[in-house]
Design a protein around this ligand. Structure first.
Ligand code: URA
Length: 428
């Protein structure tokens, strides 16, 4: 006979939880039999004591079993998805999903809304007039099977790893988010339950990321690759830099517009580099060897799939995107080279302007955000626009400006050291 106190004290005292204890506690918590305060105590014990690989795998399996595991093995195309741990200006899913679909894979992406300074993919796509995040499973299957579309980005239903939803809400308010086994099992339970055959993880490292240190990010990536592999999902992780925002925009509609530029063959070099790098990993994981995603991006096939993907979810790919009512320009104070542009400061300022939410369920402004007119390494002239702030709520501008005071540095070209975007790759 299991008891919550027994499970908590086993972990508190540094013991390894048995499979029966893990299965019971996750299931009993989902049913409401284990109280929130007991699960919070267990989460703290796990944060302090850690979990072994065996425990983490079982914990993940128990969270998957708390809901429904989707199955797309009957689709005529191999399935592959990407998950990013979240960064500022990270709109990569937008060009990536249609690009990989254009290469012949099916991309079933169940995604979330943003909380805090890293935006959510659904918030970005919801800036497109008409676009709907909620899809039934039969409709999702229909879109994935359609060779003209092949990609869906939609909201995860309530039945996808419900134990994780409840646990994440507790971790958020009890200082227990930062446990690598809990983060890894949280992310991977949702990705495995979504039914993808293969997965590419983009684990961000740096100031604007969840993981600030390379070693922590590598440990998280390794734990997730192990979990995916053990669950029969071919999993690869790239570690990528998140000290500077990705691209030149942070904010929902602004990021959609930038993604469309990339699909049209232009766009910022870092977005193109990361999109193509992730797409190559994804098509390889899907077993597709006869097509280079760089070609499908260059020749417009990815754009065709984008337009079909947006239309399949009710969106109008030709509709003008919402624009914020107010703008404010930050000018370069000096002439020289932009040596630093801080991802966290930009992300927080975009959030303050209305691009993100403070609490789950809050609305976001489609047009709010920040445009960056220069990136580190670029020459700038005193008085030129460096940033444009966009918002519908002009009363947020002073706080955003205050938060941007130390967001950038201008110096000599010699003071600028270019840093690579792709830092490491982990596979099983
Ligand atoms: N994202 C998740 O989905 N879960 C975590 O625990 C952390 C980030």
């Amino acid at each position: 006979m299991q008891s919550a106190v027994g499970v908590i004290t086993t972990k508190r005292d540094g013991g390894e939880l048995s499979e029966a204890q893990i299965d019971w506690v996750v299931d009993a918590f989902t049913r409401g039999e284990v109280a929130d305060e007991q699960m919070s105590a267990l989460a703290m014990a796990i944060l302090l004591r850690g979990m072994t690989r065996r425990e983490t795998a079982r914990w993940t399996a128990a969270m998957i079993a708390s809901g429904q595991r989707m199955d797309f093995t009957d689709l005529p195309r191999p399935t592959v998805d990407k998950h990013s741990t979240g960064g500022v200006g990270d709109k990569i899913t937008l060009p990536l999903a249609p690009l990989v679909a254009a290469c012949g894979a099916a991309v079933p992406q169940l995604s979330g809304r943003g909380l805090g300074h890293t935006g959510g993919t659904l918030d970005k796509l919801e800036a497109i007039p008409g676009w709907q995040a909620d899809l039934s499973v039969p409709r999702m299957r229909e879109i994935l099977a359609d060779p003209r579309v092949g990609a869906v980005v939609c909201a995860a239903g309530a039945d996808l790893a419900p134990a994780d939803k409840r646990l994440y809400a507790l971790r958020d308010v009890t200082g227990t988010v930062e446990s690598i086994p809990l983060i890894a099992s949280s992310i991977m339970s949702k990705k495995i339950a979504e039914g993808t055959g293969a997965l590419v993880l983009d684990v961000k490292v740096g100031r604007g990321a969840f993981m600030k240190e390379f070693d922590d990010a590598r440990e998280l990536a390794a734990a997730m690759v192990e979990l995916g592999t053990d669950a029969g999902v071919r999993t690869v992780a790239l570690l990528t830099a998140m000290d500077t925002p990705l691209g030149r925009t942070a904010g929902n509609a602004l990021e959609v517009a930038e993604s469309v530029e990339v699909l049209a063959g232009g766009g910022p070099a870092d977005i193109v580099e990361l999109t193509v790098a992730l797409a190559r990993e994804m098509v390889a994981q899907a077993g597709i060897t006869d097509i280079d995603p760089a070609d499908a991006l260059a020749d417009g096939r990815a754009m065709d799939h984008w337009r079909a993907m947006i239309a399949a979810q009710g969106g109008d790919p030709d509709a003008p995107l919402p624009r914020a009512k107010h703008t404010e320009i930050v000018k370069a104070p000096d002439t020289g080279t932009l040596t630093r542009l801080d991802a966290l400061d930009i992300g927080l300022a975009a959030w303050r302007l209305g691009a993100g939410r403070a609490r789950q369920g809050d609305p976001v402004q489609a047009g709010a955000g920040i445009e960056m007119h220069a990136k580190p390494g670029d020459s700038v002239t005193a008085g030129q626009p460096l940033l444009t702030l966009h918002t519908d709520t002009p009363e947020t501008i002073p706080a955003a400006l205050e938060g941007l005071r130390d967001a950038f540095s201008i110096g000599s070209a010699a003071e600028f050291t270019p840093t690579p975007l792709l830092l490491d790759r982990l596979a099983h």
